[in-house]
Ligand binder design. Structure first.
Ligand SMILES: [Zn+2]
Length: 152
């Protein structure tokens, strides 16, 4: 089960093949923006309210971590709903992710951000100058050492 926040909806190209839920506030934000994805995917997403008890726990955790001021009421309801449903949050919001981490709620980022951070390397022989895609202890051609360069 995934709980989507508005940032997830706005950045998504397609729905992942899992069950989805979101609090009513996220649907209202999408309606306010006239987002076309709501018409496409609205029926596939379960809309449900969080419990007051979970909302209290989330407010408490966010207050202690200093995230409360950066979280909208809708953000808080996303966290609380994930707590109720024992779900994973799908969000790019840093404060949501931070509170989720503190409370032991699973989360995953939206889009490609995580992947873009992976640095890819090439290796060049310092002797003959030949390029390799994998690191080797020394150049198979001339036996010189290798240096790593960021792949462009
Ligand atoms: Zn070489």
């Amino acid at each position: 089960m995934l709980v989507l926040d508005s940032s997830a909806f706005f950045s998504m190209e397609s729905l992942p093949d899992e069950e989805h839920a979101c609090p009513p506030g996220v649907i209202r934000e999408l309606e306010n923006h006239g987002d076309p994805r709501l018409a496409l995917w609205g029926d596939m997403v379960r809309v449900s309210d969080c419990t007051g008890e979970s909302m209290e726990r989330v407010r408490d955790a966010a207050g202690r971590s200093g995230d409360l001021g950066r979280l909208s009421p809708v953000d808080l309801s996303v966290l609380a709903l994930a707590l109720d449903l024992d779900a994973t949050i799908w969000s790019d919001d840093y404060s949501i992710q931070n509170v989720a981490r503190i409370m032991g709620i699973g989360f995953r980022p939206v889009g490609m951000k995580g992947i873009q951070k992976v640095v890819r390397w090439n290796y060049q022989c310092i002797g003959c100058g030949k390029w390799y895609k994998e690191r080797m202890p020394d150049c198979p051609i001339c036996g010189s050492g290798m240096r790593a360069c960021r792949r462009k």
